[in-house]
Design a binder for this molecule. Structure first.
Ligand SMILES: C[S@@+](CC[C@H](N)C(=O)[O-])C[C@H]1O[C@@H](n2cnc3c(N)ncnc32)[C@H](O)[C@@H]1O
Length: 398
């Protein structure tokens, strides 16, 4: 049996944790040993000494412990982590067919009982793994072993960014196994895409917006579209392959646009997409002045509220963007608007959209609300696992 460091909560701090939330903040703990090392095994008890769960420590983080069990029946060991990865792969059986892709999120952190661990598959046998929790990092060899047993022979790690400093983890980027090929090429619907984790954002590709891209391409047949935050062009390319007439695709990142052009060439659609570098929040004014109009507009901006404190500024930015978009939308057009932050709730997105629509004096039908696809599982006890919210609107003439 492994030995665990016992950590006691302050009074009345246990309810959220007993209800299944895995994050134990340092300020919720009565006292903890100074000598805790990253990945140290920890046993959390209430102020009265009742068992809460077992987990791992991230001593530099505000989230000092990530719980991996409820109660003290299960050991936190390689077999628990191996089992979690296998279970994550099991619940995704059939999803590649369902979503017509071989690009799939395999591990979605807290949503798969593996706090801070992300893995995306791109194509045959290749995956990108990221760690955002120092406590789980010592288990990476067993995570890789389970992924390899699941058919992902080539695993590339990308654990970089601000979160590494917060967690007190060294940044790392490179192959953990026999090297595969970069960029990784995979299929989504009719398209082929490159994902370059070594150069791109996140694991190289936004797999989470797959269903949003599908709606844009379904609604965009024969139409002129604006993809205002296009990243590597995935939505624009899908739409053109599905019959869109032309797309103006904008992004502020030159690296993303260079990749977008590569992706467009890979699919033979570069002639129908005009890529433009710019800050979309400002570029909209210029487009409006120039009299540009579109039949469909996609707004999939970066997170507008990384914390609850950013919400007021995020609201203002989105409201302004919605107003400009409606001004540039042809009669009968459609609008797809997404927010990718847990701190931007449905009520705020819907409220701002309603206000913008009312101010435009036009009427729109809510075609659909979308959230993240099933390879990004939401754990209902962990609200932070739900972060993607998408509204699909289409103008009606009455
Ligand atoms: C959530 S991603 C979009 C993903 C895209 N819809 C897809 O399907 O791949 C947001 C994108 O916004 C870009 N971005 C961030 N700030 C921007 C700005 N001010 N103007 C334009 N693009 C911006 C980022 O470079 C990133 O590519």
């Amino acid at each position: 049996m492994a030995s665990y460091i016992r950590v006691k909560l302050k009074p009345k701090e246990e309810d959220r944790l007993l209800a299944g939330h895995p994050w134990v903040y340092s300020n919720e703990i009565d006292k903890f040993p100074k000598s805790l090392s990253p990945g140290a095994l920890v046993e959390v008890v209430t102020s009265k000494g009742q068992p809460v769960g077992r987990g791992v420590a991230s001593p530099s983080s505000k989230i000092l412990v990530r719980l991996l069990t409820r109660g003290f029946e299960r050991e936190v060991d390689d077999s628990l982590i191996f089992g979690r990865v296998k279970e994550a792969l099991r619940i995704r059986e059939g999803l590649k067919d369902k979503y017509r892709t071989d690009g799939l999120r395999l591990l979605f952190g807290e949503g798969d009982g593996l706090p801070g661990v992300i893995a995306d598959a791109f194509g045959e046998g290749q995956a990108v793994l990221s760690c955002f929790s120092a406590g789980l990092k010592p288990f990476f060899p067993v995570v890789v072993k389970a992924l390899q047993e699941g058919g992902y022979r080539h695993v590339y790690e990308k654990s970089v960014g601000e979160v590494c400093q917060k967690e007190g983890m060294a940044e790392f980027q490179g192959w953990l196994t026999e090297p595969g090929t970069l960029p990784m090429v995979f299929n989504e619907g009719k398209a082929k895409f490159r994902s370059a984790p070594d150069q791109g954002q996140k694991t190289g590709f936004y797999l989470d917006f797959r269903e949003g891209r599908r709606r844009v391409s379904e609604l965009g047949r024969g139409k002129a579209l604006l993809d205002a935050f296009c990243y590597t062009g995935a939505a624009s390319i899908q739409a053109v392959l599905d019959g869109a007439k032309e797309v103006l695709a904008m992004d502020s990142s030159q690296g993303a646009l260079d990749e977008a052009l590569e992706n467009a060439r890979l699919n033979g659609v570069e002639g129908k997409i005009h890529f433009e570098k710019g800050d979309s929040f400002h570029a909209f004014k210029g487009l409006k002045k120039g009299g540009r109009m579109f039949d469909g507009i996609l707004l999939d901006p970066p997170p507008l509220a990384k914390s609850v404190h950013d919400l007021p500024a995020g609201r203002t930015a989105l409201k302004r963007m919605l107003g400009h978009s409606l001004d540039m939308l042809n009669p009968g057009g459609f609008l797809v608007v997404a927010t990718c932050s847990h701190h931007f709730p449905w009520g705020v997105l819907e409220g701002l959209t309603r206000e913008a629509v009312e101010e435009s004096g036009r009427s729109f039908r809510l075609v659909e609300r979308l959230t993240q696809p099933q390879d990004h599982p939401i754990n209902v006890s962990i609200p932070e696992t739900e972060y993607l919210r998408v509204l699909v609107l289409s103008e009606v003439s009455y």
